[in-house]
Write a protein that binds this ligand. Sequence first.
Ligand code: BGC
Length: 482
Amino acid sequence: MSSGSFVDVPKDLLKEIKRLEELFTVDTAKLKQITDHFVNELEKGLSKEGGTIPMNPTWVMSFPTGYETGTFLALDMGGTNLRVCQITLTEQKSEFDIIQSKYRMPEELKTGVAEDLWEYIAECLLQFIQTHHGDVSKLDKIPLGFTFSYPATQNYIDEGILQRWTKGFDIDGVEGHNVVPMFEKALKERGVPIKLTALINDTTGTLIASAYTDTKMKIGCIFGTGCNAAYMEDCGSIPKLEHLNLPPDTPMAINCEWGAFDNEHKVLPQTPYDQSIDSDSPRPGQQAFEKMIAGLYLGEIFRLIMVDLHDNHDVNIFSGQDIGKLRRPYTLDSSFLSAIEDDPFENLSETRELFQNQLGIDPNQSELELIRRTAELIGTRAARLSACGVAAISKKKGYKECHVGADGSVFNKYPHFKKRGAAALREILDWPEKADPNDDDPIEILAAEDGSGVGAALIAALTLERVKKGNMHGILHPENFQ
Ligand code: BGC
């Protein structure tokens, strides 16, 4: 926004806008510093000593060829919804058929008891199979790829020891344990005819699904409720797997879990609002990077700023109004910020209506300018920091040109996220200005194929295929791969 829009904004409000701009702007030099530190941290995560970024090997050991076939179930336990799909990879190269059902993930399950979670998931699967296959007692076990999008240690592809809950989940008795037996127990109790062939992170699914249709895809990213990326490493560059004596040039997809980047607060420009998000979260000290970028937190950062400007600063915004609704934590999600940034009107009338309808607050014109600028600052910072992660993986791998497949609500729906991310990538990697604005960037972040559906099915197919060929690395239950 040009400073011209602020001509009528009183001085004290302008001062606050300036303060926020200083707090939230990440300039090119800072982006580069963050990226360099990021590259080191990626390396550290692969080392024997380990680092803050988990860099989890996933036992996904090849890209798809496009000629994979078969019918698979896929279960996606994301941050917001539960989705069950049946995917048929057809004989035609890179083509598939899909049927799917979405189930709401009840809010209370996220902080409830583990058994309730697994029972709910098993019920959804049972319902899906009954609808599409009829009597479950007559069915052979169907292979399933389970997209479990939380940091998990995988000594095997059919194992996932939860390192910690993220995205606001907080269920006792799961962290530090393998989730697969818990899940299988619930299936068995209900007679659900499923054999789990792969536990998958959404980023790995995104990487593989995107590579199915585009061989230039080298990185899979999620910018949604949480944020993270996966890419293909060579086993020879993973010192922490050295003891397994895998051939050094064998590929291994790494689920970075980069949400944990800079938990030590060495480079990220944390604001007091970020600190407050962290200390009030179920896992303080964790997911420092994610908490500045992911959809779960963007609305909350905004809310904290608004409440602070009402309570603690001379400007005293929304003076004399009841801000009770605004005081409720996590009452605004990132779609609220999206709507503010999308307001097409010079007088920000849509933003005003949004505040009136959702919060019972009637902002004046200057406050509306502050609101819009705040949303822009939060959204822009998220996009620019995200680019540091993409640049870091590209630098580490020496990728000068590639495609990055991205998915998630922030990537798909947040206004200008793609454009701002691309601009930051250009600054970090010192690309010259484009001769023609329609030219592609050397590294392009593009909308991904469906990772937790098609990606999960492909990973199940690739795993069955490699087991058939005798590659038993990272397989705990070979009997499920017959
Ligand atoms: C999780 C990752 C996941 C990401 C995006 C993060 O909170 O730790 O496993 O890939 O969210 O869903």
